[in-house]
Design a protein around this ligand. Structure first.
Ligand SMILES: Nc1ncnc2c1ncn2[C@@H]1O[C@H](COP(=O)(O)OP(=O)(O)OP(=O)(O)O)[C@@H](O)[C@H]1O
Ligand SMILES: [Mg+2]
Length: 344
């Protein structure tokens, strides 16, 4: 697992909000989404599995929620459900009091303005033939917002805000670096002034120094626009820095959630502890004991019975192999482990 250790001075101070003060913007209740997979030696038989399984969470106005977990645990699928790009099989996601799965027509288009998504794959998000100034302006043109002159001005201001120099405005994406392309994607996503920005691994494909620049731009835009954000990543260093709250996913479920400060300084789930202990610490004197995870995660197609983490858990007892722990809240901190309180 790669990890970026960002020095606070490099990209500003992380902002941890008073979670109780702002109204709820997005609420997910018991969200599940299943997919078909092929099984059997000839891969002819089809079966279903739950990529996201019974996930509930809340995002408050102006807050950033980090979603963390290993590859294949369901982060992107959850991100798509939370942004209304995919429909759940069960459960609901409510954005500003509107149920995302029942929106249609004009309400659906309005929600598209309010919720923007940034994917890891910048190449797929940009038109290879269109100069970047036009790409950033395009959403305003499509929604016929303002006058043609005001749209040009807004696009240029947004390009300035994401620190793309005037000399690049006429370039097509192929003439830009990966980090510059990602800045175009951010500008295009934010030109409509959405209320929620869902970022799915927005920096994973970039060089470490460029990652810090992009995170800094996202933080800057967040405070300028008062954005709420969902930040999906497998990188705990970045999530700790940018997120007010964090949800740790394992095989389609949230196993721990809470304010970032609490989860990172006092993790209660053995999976979270193992993930955190694997993040490199720059100061050798503060080197912490590493708790290595044994083995790869089991296939999400056939999750283990009982606690899904029991096959890799150092605390496992008989009960864990048969009884599924529920996410239990203590204040804002939720943990799904039979031993969350007594674990060393
Ligand atoms: N459209 C689909 N059809 C079938 N299976 C899918 C589909 N999309 C995702 N999956 C499966 O669902 C599981 C979760 O996938 P998802 O992309 O949400 O994981 P992820 O946590 O984002 O992984 P990564 O960190 O590698 O991006 C995986 O087993 C994946 O193969
Ligand atoms: Mg993903």
């Amino acid at each position: 697992m790669s990890s970026l250790v960002i020095e606070k001075a490099e990209i500003g101070t992380p902002r941890h909000r008073d979670a109780v003060s702002s109204p709820t913007l997005l609420a997910a209740e018991n969200l599940s989404r299943s997919f078909v997979y092929r099984r059997g030696s000839l891969l002819r038989r089809e079966a279903r599995f739950r990529a996201v399984d019974d996930v509930s969470l809340t995002l408050r106005e102006g807050e950033t929620l980090g979603i963390v977990g290993e590859s294949g645990c369901g982060k992107s699928t959850l991100g798509r459900l939370l942004s209304g790009l995919a429909r759940p099989d069960a459960g609901s996601a409510t954005f500003a009091d509107l149920s995302l799965s029942s929106l249609s027509g004009q309400a659906w288009r309005a929600s598209r303005r309010d919720i923007q998504v940034i994917f890891q794959d910048t190449a797929g998000s940009l038109d290879p033939r269109l100069p970047i100034e036009e790409q950033v302006r395009e959403p305003l043109d499509l929604h016929a917002i303002g006058t043609p002159e005001s749209r040009v001005q807004a696009a240029q201001e947004m390009l300035d805000a994401v620190r793309l120099g005037r000399h690049m405005w006429g370039s097509v994406p192929g003439e830009l670096s990966g980090g510059q392309q990602q800045r175009v994607v951010i500008a295009r996503a934010l030109i409509l002034k959405p209320r929620l920005l869902v970022c799915d691994e927005p920096v994973a494909a970039l060089d470490v120094s460029i990652q810090a620049q992009i995170i800094s731009i996202l933080q800057d835009m967040r405070s300028r626009l008062g954005l709420s954000m969902i930040f999906i990543s497998h990188d705990l260093g970045i999530v700790r820095h940018i997120a007010d709250h964090v949800a740790i996913m394992y095989l389609g479920q949230i196993v721990e959630s809470g304010p970032s400060e609490t989860v990172f300084s006092d993790p209660a789930h053995p999976y979270t502890r193992a993930l955190i202990s694997a993040v490199p610490v720059p100061d050798p004197k503060r080197r912490r004991q590493r708790r290595l995870l044994s083995g790869d995660p089991p296939s999400p197609h056939t999750p283990p019975p009982g606690c899904r983490f029991h096959t890799r858990c150092p605390l496992k007892v008989e009960r864990c192999t048969s009884e599924e722990p529920r996410l239990t809240l203590q204040g804002a901190h939720g943990v799904a482990c039979h031993f969350a309180e007594v674990a060393p």
